[in-house]
Design a protein around this ligand. Structure first.
Ligand SMILES: Nc1ncnc2c1ncn2[C@@H]1O[C@H](COP(=O)(O)OP(=O)(O)O)[C@@H](O)[C@H]1O
Ligand SMILES: [Mg+2]
Length: 459
């Protein structure tokens, strides 16, 4: 070509660059060019290959955020920005390009309903004659032997084991930390890439933290992208009207999180992340407890007991799962004669009776209602925000940071852990704090003062 046109080399480069952009817009690919009297003519073709596969159009942010060579991509995006769609295409391409007999590719959602949606959508996307699906176990086997699994992140144990060659974590801000850790370990051997996508939800989650690592930008293994509803609307994937409607319907904090991908300071955390952090001490106190809080769950949940010393430091922490009878014996043994407040909601009633019979009068109960729980949690929030209590890092901190309040359409505020997470440490701590407050007058060193009765009235 250089013989025909003095500038052919430079033109060739330019054309490739142009071709890349055109390809984005028109799904066309340059196959070559011809030198003609008035310049250079590009030969365009549909980018067909042997499989007849053409990557569906993706807009620029979708494309650069997900289709890149980084091992980790974190995409914080608006709802309906096209995260799931782009990652469906990506995981399919990964399985086609890097797949082979029994090589695994994973799609992980926070709960099975979520990954089922991707399973259904991917089956519609891939041509029918290129795969077989296992409907009950939720996987797709491609013609090349690669297997794409659709998994639920609420069962971390199910995410260990096989070697995984690439993975997507959908709605990652809702996926448990343990599940992410499990998934990451399955990707270690293969050094497989992973795409982490979702709405933002506060800052107290692993996706947010990973996003900040990616944002720092000095690690080529990490890519970060943020896609707002406006970006998606600009690209024509989202209706502008839907953005304005959402602005009217949602409160400011939710709108910012859901549509602008701007995390709230604490994601609705009633204690405040900085305050929680400020109460962390290096180790558990070695003093004797003066108050206990017990969250004694029946069934498969954890029993948690927390003891506070007279200064409000956590000095005992117990957590177990056992039979009802064994649990009662242990609670009594651990508590001794220390005043203890126990969650006596529902079957907790019988529990309290047994504790008082076998243990002693130092056990008192609190029945959880929307109102009593709210008051209990406000009491805990005050203690944390005033720095009155202290605890070591670990499960207490982890649960405090994830705890949230949600406002129902009726305006009721409900305090709880997000679905699939525990809050027994928070409950136990809040109960301990309430009991501890009752003890404070005695333990602050203040002596009750008796005064002579000066009032003329008889009491
Ligand atoms: N590049 C695209 N081209 C056409 N439609 C798209 C594109 N990306 C997303 N969409 C459409 O936008 C809608 C939302 O996409 P989805 O992937 O479910 O969003 P998200 O997971 O971000 O909530 C879907 O109907 C999807 O088909
Ligand atoms: Mg989605």
């Amino acid at each position: 070509m250089a013989d025909l046109h003095p500038e052919a080399d430079r033109l060739a480069q330019e054309i490739e660059l142009m071709a890349y952009k055109e390809f984005q817009d028109k799904e066309l690919y340059p196959r070559g060019y011809s030198v003609v009297p008035d310049g250079v003519e590009i030969l365009w073709e549909t980018p067909d290959n042997d499989l007849g596969y053409v990557r569906p159009w993706t807009y620029e942010l979708q494309c650069t955020g997900i289709f890149n060579t980084a091992r980790y991509s974190v995409i914080e995006a608006s709802t309906k920005a096209g995260k799931t769609l782009a990652c469906m295409i990506w995981i399919y391409e990964q399985a086609v390009l890097n797949g082979g007999a029994n090589k695994n590719f994973w799609w992980v959602g926070p709960v099975s309903d979520q990954s089922d949606i991707a399973f259904r959508r991917l089956k519609e996307f891939i041509p029918k004659d290129l795969y077989v699906a296992n409907e009950s176990r939720k996987f797709i086997t491609l013609w090349n032997g690669a297997v794409i699994w659709f998994k639920s992140g609420d069962k971390p144990d199910s995410l260990y084991g096989e070697d995984v060659y690439a993975a997507v974590v959908d709605e990652a801000s809702r996926v448990k930390l343990e599940s992410w850790q499990a998934l990451r370990s399955t990707l270690t051997f293969t050094r497989g890439p992973v795409r982490i996508i979702g709405n933002v939800k506060g800052r107290a989650n692993w996706m947010y933290k990973l996003g900040r690592i990616a944002l720092e930008g000095d690690d080529p293994d990490f890519v970060y992208a943020k896609i707002t509803a406006m970006d998606a609307a600009d690209a024509g994937v989202f209706e502008w009207k839907d953005v304005w409607d959402a602005k009217k319907v949602y409160d400011d904090m939710s709108f910012r999180e859901l549509y602008l991908a701007e995390p709230a300071d604490d994601g609705g955390n009633p204690f405040g992340i900085q305050h929680i952090q400020a109460c962390i001490v290096p180790r558990i106190s070695s003093n004797e407890p003066v108050a206990f809080g017990w969250d004694v769950a029946k069934g498969t949940n954890w029993v948690v007991g927390i003891g506070l010393d007279k200064e409000g430091n956590v000095c005992r922490f117990h957590r177990w799962r056992d039979s009802w009878d064994a649990t009662i014996k242990k609670v009594i043994a651990h508590t001794g004669k220390v005043p203890a407040l126990v969650d006596s909601t529902g079957s907790g009633d019988q529990l309290l009776e047994r504790l008082r019979n076998d243990g002693g009068r130092n056990f008192t109960g609190l029945v959880f209602s929307t109102r009593s729980k709210q008051e209990l949690m406000i009491g805990l929030a005050v203690a944390i925000q005033n720095g009155e209590i202290a605890y070591p890092d670990g499960p207490i901190v982890y649960e405090l940071e994830l705890f949230e309040y949600a406002v129902s359409p009726q305006g009721n505020i409900k305090y709880a852990a997000p679905q699939g997470y525990h809050d027994d440490c928070v409950d136990a701590l809040a109960l301990a704090v309430k009991r501890w407050r009752g003890m404070q007058a005695v333990y602050t060193g203040a002596t009750p003062i008796s005064i002579e009765q000066t009032s003329p009235w008889k009491i």
